[in-house]
Design a binder for this molecule. Structure first.
Ligand code: MLT
Length: 413
């Protein structure tokens, strides 16, 4: 008899975005004449920029010729991409990260989930509420929690509520965690953390021998120059933090797949006897055993975003999305909603009117305005009564969706 991993039975409903997709497809099947505008999952709509496409083609051409063909590449990623990341994403910002501490992968979703595997079951995990659902779901899958309570919280997870009252910035937890997931710019609330706030977390992690799992997938959308792009801008962070970054939203790679994780060699975790071990070595062991690297043309395409042309082209696309965010924020506020985020992040976090539940708002919006967003409660119990709109959309759709919401707003409460 084959036995299942029973931790999967603890999971509540399906994963958020497929569930949204299911409801939307059902609606479209029943209403084929309606034009549905999707601002739910944060999936990019603008094509890859010319520099990236050119490099991608060149990579494919190389694979097509005997003298330049490549088989397996280094599991950790090609040196040219790791060097380009170290220089452009870190050194040029005054942050000392070694290319050797950078691991190229096929996505931050995979990395933030897979990282659980190299840490023991006894670790207590702290997670913001609301937050990107992958952290909680993969903690459950990894067997680090008890069951889910009727209030939506899993036993064993330390939840850190992020509410309007604390400006969606978590307070230091009262129970001491071993692993702390932080995500800034935040998905879903669009909040960012200042240097002072991040320093508080780094100091806390140092004091408690904890590790911060820092998801910076949206750092490219930061517009305020005082906001840190990397946790390594904080002194001491190399001894307590792993950073996840992605080309998905930064450069339109959601369908192309490329991301990276930084694990400084200074970062240590402990065995039960109290001996320190380099976390990087464990991740390297996992990576080389379970992963054969991102394809060569994709890595070549990713490296192209660091060329002078590539940088300008990618920035223009980011500006386009952030202009969407500005339009959405202003329109939703004009329609009487309390609105957060959207300045340093591509997500707008909206409080529903009159305490309408998130999924109720989702259904109303879909049925009456034919617009799709993401229910706040899907990101955690404290997201109930909120709703997330993604600025990754074509401008004409943004304008049309906002018009529809504006004219419907009196009935959407
Ligand atoms: C989101 O909408 O939260 C993201 O697209 C999900 C992801 O990046 O996996």
């Amino acid at each position: 008899m084959a036995f299942i991993n029973e931790n999967y039975l603890k999971l509540q409903a399906g994963y958020l975005f497929p569930e949204i997709g299911r409801r939307v497809n059902e609606f479209i099947a029943a209403n084929p004449d309606k034009k549905v505008i999707k601002m739910g999952i944060g999936d990019v709509t603008q094509p890859l920029v010319p520099s990236v496409v050119k490099a991608f083609h060149e990579g494919v051409e190389e694979m097509a010729k005997g003298n330049t063909f490549k088989g397996y590449g280094p599991e950790q990623g090609y040196g040219f991409l790791r060097d380009a990341i170290a220089k452009n994403s870190y050194h040029d910002r005054g942050v000392d990260i070694s290319a050797d501490d950078i691991f190229i992968s096929d996505g931050s979703k995979c990395d933030t989930g897979n990282i659980q595997e190299i840490f023991g079951h006894e670790n207590k995990i702290a997670i913001c509420d609301p937050v990107y659902p992958v952290y909680a779901d993969t903690t459950v899958m990894a067997g680090k929690t008890g069951v889910c309570q009727p209030n939506g919280y899993y036993d064993g997870i330390i939840y850190m509520p992020c509410t309007a009252e604390n400006h969606f910035i978590p307070e230091l937890p009262t129970k001491t965690p071993d692993l702390i997931f932080l995500c800034f710019p935040n998905n879903p609330t669009g909040t960012v953390a200042t240097k002072e706030e991040l320093k508080k977390w780094v100091d806390y992690a140092i004091k408690n021998n904890a590790i911060i799992l820092y998801d910076a997938a949206y750092e490219a959308f930061i517009t305020d120059e005082n906001i840190p792009h990397s946790i390594y801008e904080i002194e001491g962070a190399k001894t307590v933090a792993i950073e996840f970054r992605s080309f998905s939203k930064t450069a339109g790679f959601t369908g192309t797949r490329c991301a990276f994780t930084v694990i400084p060699k200074e970062l240590m975790a402990f065995d039960k006897a109290g001996n320190a071990h380099e976390v990087k070595k464990l991740w390297n062991r996992r990576h080389t055993t379970k992963f054969n690297g991102v394809s060569y043309p994709v890595q070549k395409a990713a490296a192209a975003i660091f060329s002078e042309e590539g940088k300008k082209e990618v920035q223009a696309v980011i500006d386009y999305y952030m202009e969407n965010a500005k339009i959405m924020k202003a329109s939703l506020a004009a329609a009487g909603y309390e609105v957060f985020g959207g300045v340093n992040a591509p997500y707008i976090w909206v409080k529903t009117k009159n305490g309408l539940k998130s999924w109720k708002f989702f259904d109303k919006l879909l049925n009456e305005a034919n617009v799709v967003g993401t229910p706040g409660s899907g990101f955690g119990p404290a997201g109930e009564g909120y709703f997330r709109f993604s600025a990754f959309a074509d401008r004409e759709n943004v304008l049309e969706a906002m018009e529809r919401i504006k004219s419907l707003s009196p009935t959407l409460s």
